[in-house]
Ligand binder design. Structure first.
Ligand SMILES: CC(C)(COP(=O)(O)OP(=O)(O)OC[C@H]1O[C@@H](n2cnc3c(N)ncnc32)[C@H](O)[C@@H]1OP(=O)(O)O)[C@@H](O)C(=O)NCCC(=O)NCCS
Length: 201
């Protein structure tokens, strides 16, 4: 399938919406558990953040088929999810009424976090990478990861950091082939994760 890579900062509103839907369908993390409104808001915030490095693969028919994104300050994106306060309060009420287990996951991830210790100076965090189910295994993940690494190098970051679930063997294999190494293992809520790093020359 033919596609082009577009920087996340250049995505139009409808493409951001499609990216949120793709995230929701392939990425099983706490952000997805919080629901589509949070995922959508997350990418709206990321698009406006000049520190974000991110690429989206758009097919010739306009479908969002993959993406990779990260930031030296990933916590600044998530902290903005708490505003506007009225919107956030309504979302938390929705979750409390419809999916109380997610609230428990949120609380337990805050209290059981044994790492990582943030993003060190000069490093950038790869926060998300994903490919549409029907596009897996065709080299798109590798292309997106390479684009992310090259842009991070161009912006003079010294290393790329990421966290990945220990059972996610496809992603770990992808990262190892690009030269990432496991530097720690930690638990976060119900997840067991590896911390991996790639030093940029
Ligand atoms: C991880 C992911 C992005 C890989 O994307 P992809 O386009 O399928 O990967 P590629 O076709 O570019 O493959 C690149 C390498 O990844 C590894 N890989 C991909 N799929 C794999 C699988 N099913 N099993 C084992 N290794 C796999 C291989 O090392 C592969 O290299 P090879 O082709 O030389 O064997 C994709 O599986 C995905 O979207 N997963 C769900 C979201 C996710 O888990 N993201 C990572 C969160 S940390």
């Amino acid at each position: 399938m033919e596609y082009r890579l577009i920087e996340i900062s250049q995505l139009k509103a409808d493409q951001i919406q499609r990216l949120a839907l793709l995230h929701d369908s392939v990425m099983h993390t706490l952000l997805s558990d919080l629901g589509l409104p949070f995922v959508w808001r997350y990418y709206q915030i990321a698009r406006a953040d000049p520190n974000v490095v991110g690429f989206c693969a758009i097919s010739s028919s306009g479908e969002v088929i993959g993406w990779a994104m990260g930031s030296p300050h990933p916590d600044r994106i998530t902290s903005q999810l708490r505003s506007p306060l009225l919107w956030f309060s309504l979302q938390m009420l929705r979750i409390t009424l419809t999916r109380p287990i997610v609230l428990w996951q949120l609380i337990s991830s805050v209290f059981s976090l044994s790492g990582p210790e943030g993003v060190k100076e000069g490093a950038i965090e790869l926060t998300y990478i994903g490919v549409a189910k029907h596009q897996k295994g065709r080299g798109l993940g590798k292309t997106l990861l390479s684009a992310f690494i090259e842009e991070s190098r161009a912006r003079q970051y010294r290393s790329v950091l990421l966290s990945v679930e220990r059972e996610n063997l496809a992603a770990i294999s992808l990262y190892e082939k690009e030269g990432f190494q496991v530097i720690a293992t930690f638990s976060e809520g119900r997840y067991q994760r590896h911390r991996m790093e790639l030093t940029l020359a």
